[in-house]
Ligand binder design. Sequence first.
Ligand code: 1HN
Length: 351
Amino acid sequence: MGSVSTTEVNAKQGNLRQAYYDRIAKDHMTPLWEVLGALVPKQPSSPALPTLWRYANLRDQVMEAGRLITAEQAERRVLILENPGLPGQSAITQSLYAGLQLILPGEVAPAHRHTQSALRVVMDGEGAYTAVDGERTTMRRGDFIITPSWTFHDHGNLGDQPVVWLDGLDIPTVRFYDAGFAEHGQSTSQDTVRPEGDALARYGNNMVPVDFYQGPAEPTRVFVYPYARTKESLDQIAAGQPDPHFGHKLRFVNPATGASPMPTIGAFAQRLPAGFETRPYRCTDGTVYVCLEGEAAVAVGDQEWQLQRDDIFVVPSWQSVKFLAKRDTTLFSYSDRPALQSLGLWREARL
Ligand code: 1HN
């Protein structure tokens, strides 16, 4: 009797298994042992790629869109910043969306609401407003504005300059949970029911209305965090010692609870003094950064960029990030950190 080699035994066993997999696939079953390692990785390895978008190019491209379609025709005239590792998914990380929106003088973006939560960071131009549930706010550079889940919102440009902002939404998160609802408003622009500044005065000045008690998961009534205030805080704390990993970094909160302004998206503002180099850091919340001021070298995983004013980049989950500021640099960032934290999935490593 000739001996059978191990290779032959393995080949035969492989064929038998494959035939079995093919049979059970017809009944919608598949073997765990073939995918277990990929399902339960030792550490995150996001398909999202570290990516930089230069503002000069973004602006040229969105201005061209301005010649091709009106804001009203488009409903929202936005170029999606799509992660090259997530093609066709309208996603910048697995859980978040980013887009650059343009509104030209005289245009309106009609009122609607949806269960997706949104934030804006104003980048360019003056004279536009966003209205959230009946109150307008004038959009100024660096302002962080939110439209929480299911709040009516519309935009308009009453000035004479194009206005550009970054939109951040939890679109992939809401899609993952199959929880998307949307509807149009009754009119193109909402009727104003409160004067500008009302919400900030009532809820954003270390006080709340006497009979106001907020549920823990409710979004904040403060829907604009003016850059003037953010900058004032950063300027002040920058007189002190920077944290080795963060420089001077603050997170935006719902002032009534201390929680994130919205449950699915967290936002941060950060100052890196000229010449300061951060130690490498990573965390499980994939993060989108905007360079509001300054100039810095940034290393994300194996990528390195010379960051200029208004450039946008993404740090996927568990990729290390490290900065070297060439000048005093101010960064805005947003991520899914509050969602991960409330699910017990947030981790960080200070390297
Ligand atoms: C949206 O409502 C806005 O209100 C911007 O400006 C981008 C992307 C997808 C879905 C809704 C806005 C959006 C969006």
